[in-house]
Design a protein around this ligand. Structure first.
Ligand SMILES: [Zn+2]
Length: 316
């Protein structure tokens, strides 16, 4: 997630959101959806293993996975191989930023419906220059990766098309995701029925936040967490500070989850989430100590499962 001073102003069209929610509600009442299998449980051990791999990538490349540095391209290569082996159609999109080549990795699942209705799931893969970037944002990247691999393992044939993406140069100001959105035609933008973003899902002093940009998408997450006895909140902290802002600015419906960055947990939240009041959600936010020890495994596990649930639910 980018620093506060770099945040993009995000204007939420509340009227259209409310309309979309009411249309969705009406549709569900009139025509019951066909039964679909529930999303599988995502193995937190597999997610943790990916984080260890990303840590190794950083250590082999000067300690970081930042835009323009060799550790970023090595991170892209690591994910691409896993997705290619699982049967995804992958593409590495290149762009220039600040005199360095940046990369986005886009992976389309060949099973399921046509791209006229596409559900996109993304996370930024770059770290800042000062560390391995394991919570920010190895965590979201690994949770999205394991969800994509679960789609392959289950040979999912969803009604909608599924596309996964890992963005470059997010920490430079959402550069990779903006480049991707700019590369789409107006029709291609319209075909994205939702974009889900996951940036920091394993914060050590974890909050359980759900993006509030779209009521219907928000409910998919809040209901799921409620079923696990976890009360979620919306977060003023995330705002326009991650790649969903590039999509929202183009009029795409967005959603996602977040476990908090440098802001401080309140007393009430600490009671609710068994956390430390008065401490930041992530004391290693954008610091060298954002390594594999900087992860709350319970939050990582729950949010990874929540990603899979939302993908199954929204693509069916
Ligand atoms: Zn960040």
């Amino acid at each position: 997630m980018i620093r506060k001073e770099k945040r993009r102003t995000l204007i939420i069209a509340s009227a259209s959101t409310a309309l979309a929610a009411s249309l969705l509600g009406a549709g569900a009442a009139q025509a019951a959806k066909p039964e679909q299998a529930a999303a599988p449980d995502i193995s937190v051990d597999a997610v943790q293993k990916d984080l260890k791999e990303l840590q190794s990538v950083a250590e082999a490349n000067g300690g970081n996975r930042a835009h323009g540095e060799p550790g970023f391209k090595a991170s892209i290569d690591f994910l691409k191989k896993k997705l290619d082996d699982a049967g995804f159609k992958t593409e590495v999109q290149e762009f220039d930023h600040g005199g360095a080549t940046g990369y986005n990795l886009v992976a389309d699942w060949p099973g399921g419906g046509s791209a006229d209705e596409t559900v996109m799931v993304g996370s930024h893969l770059d770290s800042v220059g000062s560390g391995a970037g394991i919570n920010d944002n190895g965590s979201g990247s690994a949770g999205v990766l394991e969800t994509a691999l679960a789609v392959s393992a289950e040979k999912l044939e969803p009604k909608k098309h599924l596309r996964f993406a890992w963005w470059g140069a997010e920490e430079q100001g959402l550069v990779g995701s903006q480049h991707y959105v700019d590369s789409l035609s107006q029709d291609e933008v319209k075909n994205i029925s939702a974009y889900l973003n996951f940036d920091m899902i394993g914060s050590p002093n974890a909050g359980y936040f759900v993006y509030d940009d779209d009521a219907a998408v928000q409910k998919v997450f809040t209901d799921w967490f409620k079923s696990k006895d976890i009360k979620t909140e919306t977060s003023a902290e995330v705002g326009g500070r991650s790649d969903h802002a590039s999509f929202a600015a183009a009029g795409v419906t967005v959603g996602g989850t977040f476990t908090g960055a440098g802001d401080t947990m309140t007393e009430e939240q600490a009671k609710q989430w068994d956390g430390q009041a008065g401490e930041p959600y992530d004391k290693c936010y954008h610091s060298e100590c954002d390594d594999v020890s900087n992860i709350n495994e319970k939050a990582l596990d729950l949010n990874s499962d929540a990603i899979a649930h939302a993908v199954w639910e929204l693509s069916s």
